[in-house]
Design a protein around this ligand. Structure first.
Ligand code: NAP
Length: 247
């Protein structure tokens, strides 16, 4: 059975991706940081449908915890064939002149450095150089990497811009090793992340400017992630799927 690790799978897009991955036959490593109960609920839902899943606590903005996470998955499941770098944070809307050093460190550690280290650990399991059989990496970025998110969170946008560069560069480094690396760039998806940004009703405010005139569902992003994670997308690497309602 193939194993998929989804970081930040206790809620939102990660949780929807975990449920869909189980339906598609993966053993699912459900990573969470703080929301233990939500993560256990996702695991329970998967098990009730006959799937295999386990919740793993780890702060993926911390290198030591990332290494422990991958080691635990080796022990519990083995055969890691897919990594979804989904965990991500944003903080209250702010112009750049008010950003602090500490905030920049939090954003870049969680959204950029963590995914880099997760990719490194995944390569050590997937690459034939280390005895692996190839695999897939899907990086969850954001439309913000294209827009820059002015007056809201340029720090978040830049942390996602770095993720897009990671996706492009690593896809080329790993192509000959049978590891494909792709990105999904969502926007305006109904999750709690907008509460973290300080505007829970953000989607409602801007929905008329979205060509499809509504926010997106987590399940709609999960479909794009699973397509890139599986053989359905076997001739694609270094690409991005924008799940943005046409923006
Ligand atoms: P969400 O509802 O706020 O969920 C975030 C998830 O990430 C939670 O499961 C959370 O786990 C986890 N997480 C946060 N920091 C973590 C850490 N240090 N270690 C481990 N897990 C951590 O967010 P979402 O909207 O689903 O976003 C998922 C991804 O999509 C993010 O990368 C986000 O930037 C991206 N995205 C979302 C949208 C959108 O409109 N929703 C748009 C563009 C991009 P705990 O609760 O356990 O801490």
């Amino acid at each position: 059975m193939k194993t998929i690790l989804i970081t930040g799978a206790s809620r939102g897009i990660g949780a929807a991706t975990a449920l869909l991955a189980a339906e598609r036959g993966f053993a699912v490593a459900v990573n969470y940081n703080k929301s233990k109960e939500s993560a256990e609920n996702i695991v329970e839902k998967i098990r009730l449908k006959g799937g295999l899943a386990k919740a793993f606590q780890a702060d993926v903005s911390n290198e030591t915890e990332i290494i422990q996470l991958f080691n635990q998955i080796d022990t519990e499941f083995g055969n890691l064939t897919c990594l979804v770098n989904n965990a991500g944070i944003l903080e209250h809307q702010s112009t750049l002149e008010n950003l602090t050093w500490e905030r920049l460190q939090r954003i870049f550690q969680a959204n950029t450095l963590g995914p880099f280290i997760c990719c490194r650990e995944a390569i050590k399991r997937m690459s034939p150089k280390y005895g692996g059989n190839g695999g897939t990496i899907v990086n969850v970025s954001s439309i913000a990497s294209r827009t820059g998110a002015p007056f809201e969170y340029i720090d978040y946008a830049a942390s996602k811009g770095a993720i897009d560069a990671l996706t492009i560069g690593l896809s080329k480094e790993l192509a000959e090793d049978g590891i494909r690396v792709n990105g999904v760039r969502p926007a305006f998806i109904h999750t709690d992340i907008h509460i973290s940004g300080g505007e829970p009703g953000r989607i409602e405010r801007i929905k008329d400017s979205i060509p499809l005139k509504r926010g997106g569902l987590t399940s709609e992003v999960a479909e794009a992630i699973l397509w890139l994670a599986t053989e359905q997308s076997s001739y694609s690497t270094g690409i991005f799927i924008d799940v943005t309602g046409g923006r």
